[in-house]
Design a protein around this ligand. Structure first.
Ligand code: FAD
Length: 271
């Protein structure tokens, strides 16, 4: 694997927690690709790239020359031309993420020249409210949408419902809190699932993120019930959360958006 194939460079690495990083990547000698907020690109490193300290040993030896490619949603604004930002979780047993976590500023990696994906808010009517529901790094595409597309002059409401294990896994928390303070139509509801592991008492919501919907917490915050008539819902992250919410929202009258059928339910499955 010639080093010339690694066509991008790490501009910044922010360690959110031991298992979460924000990686800012720039093309090395070519133009930043255009993308729509919500779309994803492919990052890759060869099998020869080293794994980070806190990862499992590889069960099977990988071809040192072959690129290990995986999809990642951009979390930066589409107007950002200096870098593309990615929000990545470490899978200790994974093939690529332990290698991405071992990267430092200035290191090279491979990035695709095109972004793809249908998970955008382009087709959502302007009068409809939008709920962004995510577990973990499922927040990434929403950060791009929020940073690029939110129109605070509209009457519509936006809500980010973010589930994570611990308070320290709530990436982008400060930015989302600031957004909520600055904008009358933006709501941020974080939820953690392991409050017993917090070093100091957690005063926020605890449980699984879908409960923010099913227990009426968002409804109470908004002061009205979000329905398929007035609200589109985006789901991203853990497949179990997505399956649960699809079943629940379908019973509430929501229809899943597909290539050919318009709907109020939009999904991005990470695995
Ligand atoms: C459209 C799309 C966008 C994506 N965007 C992001 C993103 O923004 N940030 C991000 O961190 N990941 C994202 N992913 C997941 C990413 O592509 C990889 O699957 C993930 O980083 C694991 O890669 P790996 O090589 O380390 O693990 P692998 O060796 O490929 O092992 C993957 C296996 O681990 C499981 N798995 C995958 N992801 C997770 C997870 N997050 N938590 C628990 N188990 C998991 C699944 O069973 C999967 O089959 C996205 C996936 C898709 C399809």
């Amino acid at each position: 694997m010639g080093a010339q194939e690694l066509n991008a460079i790490v501009r910044q690495k922010i360690e959110v927690s031991p298992s979460l990083i924000i990686l800012r990547v720039a093309p090395d000698g070519w133009d930043m690709p255009e993308f729509k907020p919500g779309q994803f690109n492919v990052l890759a490193l060869p099998g020869s790239a080293r794994r980070c300290k806190y990862s499992d040993e590889e069960a099977v030896e990988l071809d040192p020359d072959k690129l290990i490619k995986r999809a990642y949603s951009a979390s930066s604004a589409s107007s950002e031309k200096e870098y593309v930002e990615f929000y990545i979780t470490l899978l200790g047993s994974g093939a690529l993420t332990p290698r991405l976590f071992a990267l430092d500023v200035g290191d090279k990696l491979w990035m695709g020249k095109k972004f793809t994906g249908m998970f955008t808010i382009d087709d959502i009517p302007k009068e409809s409210n939008i709920v962004f529901l995510a577990t973990g790094t499922g927040l990434a595409p929403y950060m791009s949408m929020i940073r690029s597309d939110l129109d605070h002059s509209l009457d519509r409401r936006y809500a980010v419902l973010h589930g994570a294990n611990h308070s320290w896994d709530l990436g982008y928390e400060a930015e989302l809190i600031a957004m909520q303070r600055m904008s009358k139509n933006f709501t941020y509801l974080p939820m953690i699932s392991m409050p017993e592991e917090e070093p100091s008492a957690w005063k926020g919501h605890s449980g699984f993120v879908q409960e923010l919907w099913t227990e009426g917490i968002l409804e109470e915050k908004w002061g009205f019930k979000p329905t398929s008539e007035n609200t589109h819902v985006l789901l991203c992250g853990n497949p179990l959360m997505i399956e649960f919410m699809v079943r629940h929202l379908t019973e509430e009258g929501y229809t899943e958006q597909t290539k050919n059928i318009p709907g109020q339910l939009h999904l991005e499955r990470y695995w």
